[in-house]
Design a protein around this ligand. Structure first.
Ligand code: KIV
Ligand code: ZN
Length: 527
């Protein structure tokens, strides 16, 4: 491999999924993983297998089906590592990614218990040993082991160098230096990488990776600075999603390398033409909208508002554009589907948008598509993405909306009637509310006998025009966790009902997972 090649390690399905409210079901993860393979990322971090049965299952399914190096995260202990190894078993190319905390903040905060030592020095020694043992154990399952020093950005350089040297000695092929809290500045972080290259005597035996969070908006700048100082793997996510302010955005980092090859003599193997489809898919499945002015993939990234700019671009695009929309896969698609479009046309359009559709899925989507095409004359790509998202979301659904009726008016009290299917049962309930949406939510709560706190409610139109489809995102909070539901319809009240039910479905699935986890834990205590 050329020494200027930068490996792209995508963690959308692991760190990205840790964004508050962004949970994805197994089917959505699988679809995204296939798209990431099309984008040609080198490594897909598919999840944190030990953390729940659903995470384990998702990593396993991706390992079974997707062609890339598939990574599973684990803390530095045998139970986590074994779970990662088991979930990755069938992957032809697998990586176990194990991590230890290395900054004083983390050591004192997370390893405060006496059993790790009574002084900071003793605790550091314990972590050094844990790191060595974790890498050595992971190596019994695969040669491809990555070690991360969590909060390396705030870790004392002397200790960091010692931990990294130890991890390489134990066999780590990749050593990751995360700026976990997004604290460092580009020159400082670059210098940290350069200093590690100077201090760690076996550093040439491993690839240096970087993983930057965006708390100060510097994640991509820090990643570039690290590359200039010797890092050869960059960890990032689609649309920059991730814990808190997110991770380095894949599309921004990759396009910075592409556009500024004059100064950055490095390259990644990414198929940039798949960037836009991937961004849209991740946004549709996670319910995390991309801000309009987001670099590369935001709605305004290639629009020119002022007359002077429009005139300039018409005369010569390069006046105000440093890359073309086509280079990231934004094509001004003139083909619009309508009620006379057939199944074949629909399937090939969905495939062009990056979706893999089975015959059964196609039948469902085709039915939804013809229903939509009856309501609105033209069906656009964004409508299709929403239909696809809806279809995949429904696969794990526990509650299904089968009927909705709403009465409202200027001088009347809004009321709603819902019928919800749960397995073989159908429950009907009615309720009033402050407004139609409130009445719908109240009737759903009454039917299911639950109450939940609505954290946020957002409505947006998927495309333009008065018959456009509306998307509603409802975020609810329960047991200290957020769940975002999505619902689509040309009627926003119906979309609201679907969205609320979708959030409740996720909450229910999560509760089931926790129950299974507890049962497994009890079982392992008995055994
Ligand atoms: O931010 C971080 O430090 C992480 C590690 C687990 C790599 O996500
Ligand atoms: Zn992270």
């Amino acid at each position: 491999m050329s020494s200027n090649r930068i490996l792209i390690f995508d963690t959308t399905l692991r760190d990205g999924e840790q964004s508050p409210g962004a949970s994805l079901n197994v089917h959505e993860k699988l679809e995204i993983a296939h798209q990431l393979a099309k984008l040609k990322v080198d490594v897909i971090e598919a999840g944190f297998p030990v953390s729940s049965p659903a995470q384990f299952e998702a990593v396993k399914r991706i390992a079974d089906e997707v062609d890339a190096i598939i990574a599973g995260l684990s803390r530095a202990n045998e139970k986590d590592i074994k779970a990662a190894a088991d979930s990755l078993y069938s992957a032809p190319r697998k990586r176990i990614h194990t991590f230890s905390s290395t900054s004083d903040y983390h050591i004192l905060g997370k390893f405060g218990h006496e059993r790790y030592g009574s002084t900071l020095q003793e605790k550091r020694k314990t972590i050094l040993k844990m790191s060595y043992d974790a890498v050595a154990y992971a190596k019994t399952f695969t040669d491809d082991v990555e070690f991360s020093a969590e909060d390396a950005g705030r870790t004392d350089i002397g200790y960091l160098a010692e931990v990294i040297e130890t991890a390489i000695e134990a066999g780590a092929a990749t050593v990751n230096i995360p700026d976990t809290t997004g604290y460092t500045l580009p020159f400082e972080y670059g210098e940290k990488i350069a200093e590690l290259k100077r201090r760690v005597k076996n550093i040439d035996k491993a690839i240096i990776s970087v993983h930057c969070h965006n708390d100060l908006g510097l994640a991509v700048a820090n990643s570039i600075s690290a590359v200039q100082n010797g890092a050869r793997q960059v960890e990032c996510t689609i649309n920059g999603i991730g814990e808190r302010a997110g991770n380095a955005s894949l599309e921004e980092f990759v396009m910075a390398l592409n556009v500024r090859k004059d100064l950055l003599n490095y390259y990644a193997n990414i198929n940039t033409h798949e960037i836009y489809n991937t961004s849209k898919m991740v946004s549709a499945f996670t319910g995390m909208l991309v801000q309009r002015n987001k670099a590369i993939v935001g709605e305004n990234a290639f629009s020119h508002e002022s007359g002077i700019h429009q005139d300039g671009v018409l005369k010569n695009r390069e006046t105000y554009e440093i890359m073309t929309p086509e280079s990231v896969g934004i094509i001004n698609n003139k083909i619009v589907l309508g009620r006379h479009s057939g199944r074949h046309g629909l399937k090939s359009r969905l495939e062009q948008l990056g979706y893999k559709v089975s015959e059964e899925e196609l039948q469902h989507i085709y039915d939804a598509f013809t229903e939509l095409a009856d309501k609105k004359k033209e069906v656009f790509d964004d409508d299709l993405r929403m239909l696809m998202g809806d279809e995949i979301q429904k696969k794990d659904e526990i509650y299904e909306l089968v009927y909705l009726q709403v009465h409202t008016g200027t001088n009347s009290i809004p009321n709603a009637v819902v019928r919800i299917k749960i397995g073989d049962r159908v429950i009907e309930e009615a309720a009033t509310g402050d407004g139609s949406v409130d009445a719908v939510f109240n009737s759903i709560e009454r039917a299911l006998g639950i109450k939940s706190e609505v954290e946020s409610y957002q409505v947006r139109s998927v495309t333009s025009g008065r018959e456009a489809m509306g998307e509603v995102l409802v975020r609810i909070r329960s047991g200290g966790k957020s769940f975002t539901g999505r619902g689509i319809s040309t009627d926003i009240i119906e979309a609201s009902a679907k969205s609320y039910l979708s959030a409740l479905n996720q909450k229910e699935q999560y509760a089931k997972e926790v129950e299974t986890l507890n049962q497994n834990e009890k079982l392992s205590e008995v055994i």
